[in-house]
Ligand binder design. Structure first.
Ligand code: ADP
Ligand code: MG
Length: 775
């Protein structure tokens, strides 16, 4: 069955099993304070207990912004002062995570802080002072050392899974590798690079308990860098072209069938010892340094992620080979993340494209902060806001951890120097918030091998041996019996030399008697001891049960004490939180008051403005009505005036018409009189109505009238009138046109004129012309 099922033909795993327990643990946040640098004098952090630090604003800052900075305290799961050794830190922070990975649980550990605060020192360490990474590797290999599978028995597939190869395939792979590379076969005999030899100190070797001896283990490591939101594989073996170096290719994130995120196509190197693993790490580190120099990157702005994967699978029934069943393989991983410096961009001297990159990296830290914030809010307020893991590669890669795939721990590194004070404040705030986020506790996933392994078989063998020994009479009690046995006299020579030999037999008799006596004594002793033993056994069992009882009670007491301690801690934490919240409420209250005050004053201003506006409006309306009044008044006035003028004009015109009529009448009278000889000219009756002309006596004895004025008074349509006027003005010889000879007045006046002109002769002709015309 096993053979048929090998080589990745395993059925798909069932849909992801999310942790079924509801237990949650807060993210473990630890704080490490590094020693003050030689050039710094002012220290603004004080460790006041092993869980609390106090921040003091530097003098310069306090003077600048008086009163703004208070002395603030921050509490963590544990605070590590400047004297803390790398070993002590490892013991508290990383050891439990290594124990977890061996017991099939995942872990995430990251260092957070501003540049120069000791993140890399904490994670990697320095020669003689190995950090969490080399120590974790060391502990893993110390624990699983003898139970490691042969190389290539476990083989990562390219989908974040792990396959099991049979011995033959693994051997073939090993041979292939040996022929391709010059790497020596056994890593233990390898010469250790002096650059990192000091980082792993075997003196402090520690080991995890409860390693399953019936399982086989293998360690794989990957090392990636996230820069400017691009993922680079630091272990990828690319041929180096010294003339035209190719820029590194970025990798993408994928989700495996269990919904865990992984870097697709990332190199996973199988390592068999701490030295080998650390060498691989160092290789990646070198590559990172070279890339940073070649591409002119700011190294403090990149995140580095070292992933330790532990594959384990049960051994088969013989205890010789790994069970050839992919479903029995368990993979757990520990991610060690050295985050980019958390400082804001303004703090670095980055320019141009580097600044842009820096902004992006800050962006991913910002996303981390946002994710933590949303997680906390969701947990505290029971909301279900979407956590924006996908906004950056860092958070996307570790999303599963926050969803309950493992323990999360963070070491907040701080430099107590005054220059860092403001950034440190932000770091502290983030750390405090992170502590409030709870992550589901990963469930225990024991390897469920159905075959009996080595340990069971060994146990069975031991039991069988005891049983058989007991069958043979059981173990004999030593002590007295041993003494008696030693004093058991040997038999003397019993050969009789002759008939007179009277020595041999008595000596033999004596010896036998002695032996008989001793035998008796031994039987007695044996019986006595047996009785005592039974007595002892009875008492022993009595005692044992009492001891068991006491032990049990002690255990219970211990548990209770632990519970009390936990509750005390919880109470402390809650008290602190409530104090903080009270403080926040206080501030909020003050802010509310200020806003309230602002609101009131604004409302007042609004009201006064409204009043003013209304006043202005009414003023405007009044003005409008007044203006309208004036307009109507003047309109009326002018209408009246116009009417008056029209009337006056009408009257005047009527008057004139009347005068003309009168004149015409007179003229008619004159004309009729002219036809009659000797007729006396009528004298005008009124001064006003005198004839506008003079009467002469002609040479022929007649009379002639010379008009000083001729006026045509007639009502006609304006077109005809204007035409007529035009014709009278523009006519070449003053003759009116034919159509105008219709009315009597005109004909008369023209006739008169003609006659007068002819009578007076050419010299007088112009006198007959009107001197002045009225329009
Ligand atoms: P980061 O990675 O946060 O930028 P580093 O780890 O590179 O900071 O630390 C900067 C310097 O301070 C290094 O020279 C390092 O050796 C030193 N340093 C940091 N933390 C400690 C510490 N706890 N004890 C001694 N030296 C430290
Ligand atoms: Mg660093």
């Amino acid at each position: 069955f096993c053979f048929c099922n090998r080589k990745g033909k395993t059925p798909r795993r069932p849909p992801p099993k999310k942790p079924s327990n509801n237990q949650k643990d807060p993210v473990g946040v630890y704080c490490r304070v590094r020693p003050l640098g030689a050039e710094d004098v002012e220290c603004c952090i004080e460790v006041i207990s092993n869980t609390t630090i106090q921040l003091h604003a530097p003098d310069g800052l306090k003077a600048n912004r008086n009163g703004e900075f208070k002395e603030t305290q921050y509490s963590f799961k544990k605070v590590f002062g400047i004297k803390t050794t790398q070993g002590e830190l490892f013991e508290d922070v990383a050891k439990p995570l290594v124990e977890d990975i061996i017991h099939c649980k995942n872990g995430l550990l990251f260092t957070y802080g501003v540049t120069g605060s000791g993140k890399t020192y904490t994670m990697t360490g320095s020669p003689g002072q190995g950090g969490l990474l080399p120590r974790s590797l060391d502990m893993i290999f110390n624990s699983i050392g003898p139970y490691q599978a042969k190389r290539y028995v476990f083989k990562p597939d390219d989908k974040n899974g792990m396959e099991v190869q049979n011995q033959v395939d693994a051997l073939l792979d090993r041979q292939k590798r040996d022929s391709q590379t010059t790497v020596p076969k056994t890593p233990t005999t390898r010469r250790i690079d002096p650059e990192f030899a000091d980082m792993i100190s075997p003196v402090e070797a520690c080991k995890a308990d409860g390693v399953d001896e019936d399982s086989s283990y293998s360690v794989f490591v990957s090392y990636i860098e996230i820069y400017n939101n691009y993922i680079y594989d630091l272990l990828e073996e690319t041929p180096i072209d010294p003339i035209k170096p190719k820029p590194p290719q970025s990798k993408i994130l994928r989700e495996d069938q269990n919904h865990n995120m992984y870097v697709a196509g990332c190199t996973e190197v199988e390592v068999k010892s701490t030295e080998e693993a650390f060498e691989v790490f160092w290789r990646g580190q070198k590559k990172r340094r070279i890339a940073n120099t070649q591409l002119n990157r700011e190294s403090s702005r990149s995140h580095s992620v070292f992933i330790i994967k532990l594959a384990q699978a049960p051994l088969d029934a013989d205890g010789d080979n790994v069970l050839q069943d992919k479903n029995q393989v368990n993979v757990s991983q520990l991610c060690l993340v050295d985050l980019a410096g958390s400082e804001r961009t303004s703090r670095t001297r980055a320019e141009g494209s580097r600044l842009r990159e820096a902004g992006n990296i800050n962006q991913s830290l910002m996303t981390l902060r946002t994710c933590i914030e949303v997680l906390r809010e969701n947990q505290m307020c029971g909301t279900n806001k979407m956590v924006p893991y996908r906004d950056s590669k860092v958070t996307h890669l570790f999303k599963n951890y926050f969803d309950g795939e493992g323990k999360v721990r963070m070491v907040v590194c701080v430099n107590p120097k005054a220059d860092d004070y403001e950034e440190t404040l932000l770091v502290m705030r983030f750390a405090e918030m992170t502590q409030e986020v709870e992550v589901a506790r990963p469930i225990d996933r024991p390897i469920c091998g159905f075959a009996a392994g080595r340990r069971q078989r060994n146990q069975a063998f031991k039991e069988e041996l005891t049983r058989r020994l007991e069958e043979r009479g059981g173990p004999v009690d030593g002590g007295v019996c041993v003494c008696l046995l030693q004093s058991f006299p040997p038999l003397p020579p019993c050969e009789i030399s002759g008939p007179n030999d009277d020595v041999t037999l008595p000596r033999l008799i004596e010896a036998l008697e002695k032996r008989h006596k001793i035998r008796h004594m031994m039987i007695e002793e044996y019986n006595k001891t047996g009785k005592i033993i039974t007595l002892f056994r009875a008492q022993d069992s009595n005692l044992l049960s009492k001891e068991n009882f006491i032990q049990e009670q002690r255990g219970k007491l211990g548990e209770k004490e632990k519970m009390i301690q936990n509750q005390k801690n919880e109470i402390d934490r809650l008290e602190k939180k409530s104090r903080m919240l009270e403080y926040k409420i206080d501030i909020l209250q003050k802010t509310t008051n200020i806003y309230e005050e602002d609101k009131r004053s604004l409302q007042q201003e609004l009201e006064s403005r409204e009043h003013r506006l209304q006043r202005e409006m009414s003023e405007k309306r009044r003005m409008e009505t007044r203006m309208q009044g004036i307009v109507t008044d003047s309109k009326l006035k002018w209408e009246k005036e116009c009417e008056r003028r029209v009337n006056a004009k009408q009257l005047e015109m009527q008057n004139k018409l009347w005068v003309k009529d009168e004149k015409l009448k007179q003229l008619k009278a004159i004309v009729t009189e002219g036809k009659t000889e000797n007729r006396q000219p009528q004298r005008p009756s009124r001064e006003k109505d005198k004839v506008p002309g003079e009467v002469f006596k002609t040479r022929g004895g007649g009379q002639a009238v010379q008009f000083t004025d001729i006026e045509t008074l007639k009502q006609e349509n304006p077109v005809a009138a204007s035409r007529k006027r035009r014709s009278s003005e523009t006519g070449p010889d003053g003759e009116p046109m034919e159509g105008d000879w219709t009315d009597v007045e005109t004909r008369c006046s023209v006739a008169l004129e003609m006659r007068a002109g002819s009578n007076l002769g050419p010299g007088y002709q112009h006198h007959g012309y009107p001197k002045r015309r009225k329009p």
